[in-house]
Design a binder for this molecule. Structure first.
Ligand SMILES: [Zn+2]
Length: 304
């Protein structure tokens, strides 16, 4: 019998310092496509939904369509927007009797009622489908990923490009892991490790050489190790006043490979910290800024 797989998107990059709420109307203006409407809107596109649609065909799944929602970065989502869109996704999981869940998320979404909106959504979905149904989510490179997200997903698969041009590839990768889990070839679980950093661990565009490209290449190389399914770097989104803002490493691994997953995450974090002054800064390096602050500096501590 074909596997029934929930496919949905709920994206937002939330700047909590903005006073402009993000409303359901904002989603309606940009993107709010419900149920079967996802198919004509996204078939053949090179984004995450296009990737999930192609993967569903490739693996012979019966898709259960949730909702596709995305809008421009702004302030926290209103309660109405958050409850409407997340509610549609959770309802689809409940009524669809699904065997797996494929989500396209951003990873830096905050609502008026949830500081960790993606964590809350994944937790609600896990509560509906139970512990044995694979849940995977693609994320933006600029995600503030959380332990709650990792605990309730089997893999977090983040973009490896900026400008972001690999949404399709990441969705196909996430869907392949779902298929492997459905066929009993893999039993993925997700580990998240965060360094004590608030500063975004990025280096502008990935089209130019530098630390960002080096870290992403190293993460991809770790994926070749036995038991490691996906090694994702989230560089963080600094403009968010939440406890877990900042970079993180998410490793989806097999049950016996937790030590290898921790070692890979630790190696990436060590390099991130050792080379912290190479991350792009419009002001100065991290160490210079800290020195200035300690000296009772005459200039503000600006790390963005
Ligand atoms: Zn981004």
């Amino acid at each position: 019998m074909p596997s029934r797989v929930l496919i949905a998107q709920f994206m937002h990059e939330t700047n909590t310092f903005s006073k402009l709420s993000t409303t359901l109307e904002d989603y309606r203006r940009q993107r709010l496509v419900e149920g079967e409407g996802i198919v004509p809107n996204f078939t053949g596109t090179r984004n995450e939904l296009g990737g999930f649609i192609d993967a569903a065909k490739l693996h012979g799944w019966t898709p259960v369509w949730g909702i596709a929602a995305n809008t421009i970065p702004s302030g926290p989502l209103t309660r109405e927007a958050w409850e409407h869109i997340s509610g549609r996704i959770v309802d689809a999981a409940r009524s669809g009797n699904v065997n797996a869940v494929c989500l396209s998320l951003h990873g830096a979404m905050v609502s008026e009622t949830e500081d960790d909106a993606e964590g809350a959504l994944l937790e609600a979905l896990r509560g509906v489908v139970g512990p044995d149904v694979p849940i995977v989510a693609t994320l933006d490179l600029h995600a503030n990923a959380t332990e709650r997200m990792a605990r309730n997903a089997n893999a977090l698969v983040s973009y490896r490009t900026y400008p972001h041009v690999d949404g399709y590839e990441r969705a196909v990768q996430a869907a392949q892991l779902v298929e492997d889990a459905l066929k009993g070839r893999k039993r993925p679980r997700c580990l998240l490790v965060q360094p004590a950093m608030l500063k975004g661990a990025d280096h502008g565009r990935t089209t130019q050489p530098g630390i960002m490209r080096d870290l992403l290449a190293r993460a991809e190389a770790f994926e070749g190790q036995p038991g490691l399914n996906v090694v994702s770097i989230q560089v963080g989104f600094t403009w968010s006043d939440i406890p877990w803002a900042g970079p993180s490493i998410a490793v989806s691994h097999e049950p016996g490979a937790e030590d290898a997953a921790r070692a890979a995450a630790g190696a990436l974090i060590d390099e991130m910290w050792a080379r912290r002054n190479e991350f792009s800064s419009s002001y100065r390096s991290i160490d210079e800024a800290v020195e200035a602050a300690r000296a009772g500096g005459d200039r503000p501590l600006v790390l963005a």
